[in-house]
Ligand binder design. Structure first.
Ligand code: MRU
Length: 348
């Protein structure tokens, strides 16, 4: 299995996604601050992986505290959570994971648990999230595989694979599952400027799994769709609003419009932790703006003239009307999403 992140006695070990595919090296985050830095630097990235990393970060903070009692630790706990929450704003999984640990901490404080018990329970909760994430990916993979054709091209954007989760992947989990069922899928991976998650990460992990993959420039999809070479699109998500509007990697919206124009189904695969019923529509989803250097430079080489304006949003929002179905571990949802999401939330 691809070792996206792993808990070790020394801390959280990440495969360094800034170095792939040329270098398979690892980064050890031994403190919660180092976990936060790894998230900001995108050593670890992808909505579910960020959430679980933050949970392990809180566990590290709890284990390293110099506080003598739970009450003495409480203000430090708040600072740890605030630091990790300030890393990246768009993927709701981050806040979902931190809130889950906050609720656990409040319950443990109220029940009079000792500091050692609190440390153990926070780490156990992070472990549970890790295992739940892999299980959710496998389940949504099986649901989503049914939607893919027996044979054909499937386009994906960014990396919503094992590297973006604790293993298996969301969008790539759907593709993995279809391939495991014997479907003959050829993946087209958008390169995904500027961070190149598709060219570097999706290509790397699909090749490692022997799934036929072709990397295309982001501006190639329309042409391939017109030629009939793409039968479905599957992408992941960073946050899905209550009406089904979906934030995902910048450029996803373009792909959704192209898919609609060519009557190709556009699927979003995401665990329930990506669904944010407290956010009414995509207009309220905060979109991270990243450093202009990601656009102006590549591999240490400057690409653009000095002083030119740069716009570098990391995500965009695809309106729900372009989404053919949302694939979750609870099942496949169809429009109208305001209703299907609410109903699925109630069923649990
Ligand atoms: O900026 P990134 O690389 O963290 O963005 C990742 C994506 O947009 C993924 O598609 C999304 O997080 C889903 S990952 C299962």
């Amino acid at each position: 299995m691809i070792p996206t992140l792993a808990w070790t006695p020394e801390g959280v070990r990440f495969i360094d996604q800034t170095k792939l595919p040329l270098e398979e090296s690892f980064v050890l985050a031994a403190t919660y601050e180092q976990v936060a830095e790894a998230i900001v630097a995108m050593v670890v990235r992808g909505a579910p992986a960020i959430g679980v990393s933050a949970a392990y970060g809180i566990a590290l903070g709890a284990l390293h505290t110099k506080a003598a009692t739970p009450l003495e630790f409480a203000p430090e706990f708040d600072r740890i959570c605030a630091r990790l929450a300030a890393t990246r704003p768009t993927a709701v999984n981050l806040f979902w994971a931190i809130d889950r640990i906050k609720r656990l901490f409040a319950n443990l404080l109220a029940s009079g648990a000792t500091l050692v018990q609190i440390q153990q329970r926070i780490l156990a909760e992070a472990d549970a999230m890790y295992n739940e994430d892999i299980a959710a990916c496998k389940t949504m993979g099986a649901f989503g595989a049914e939607l893919l054709p027996q044979e054909g091209g499937v386009l994906t954007h960014c990396n919503a694979g094992a590297l973006a989760t604790c293993g298996y992947g969301t969008a790539l989990g759907v593709i993995r599952s279809a391939v495991e069922q014997g479907k003959r899928i050829h993946v087209f991976a958008d390169e995904t400027r500027p961070f190149l998650q598709g060219a570097r990460l999706t290509a790397w992990e699909l090749m490692a799994s022997n799934i036929p993959t072709t990397v295309i420039c982001d501006n190639t999809a329309a042409s391939l769709m017109r030629q009939g070479r793409i039968q479905a699109v599957v992408v992941g998500a960073d946050r899905i609003a209550a009406n089904g509007d979906t934030a995902n990697k910048i450029g996803t919206y373009n792909v959704a419009i192209l898919a609609k124009e060519h009557a190709i189904p556009f699927y979003v695969a995401a665990p329930w932790s990506t669904i944010d019923l407290a956010t009414a529509t995509g207009d309220s989803i905060p979109i991270e703006e990243r450093s202009p250097l990601e656009v102006t430079h590549h591999g240490g080489k400057q690409l653009t003239p000095n002083g030119v304006g740069i716009c570098n949003p990391a995500f965009d929002v695809t309106p729900a009307k372009y989404v053919t179905a949302i694939i979750t571990e609870r099942g496949v949802l169809r429009a109208p999403y305001a209703e299907s999401l609410r109903e699925m939330q109630l069923v649990g």
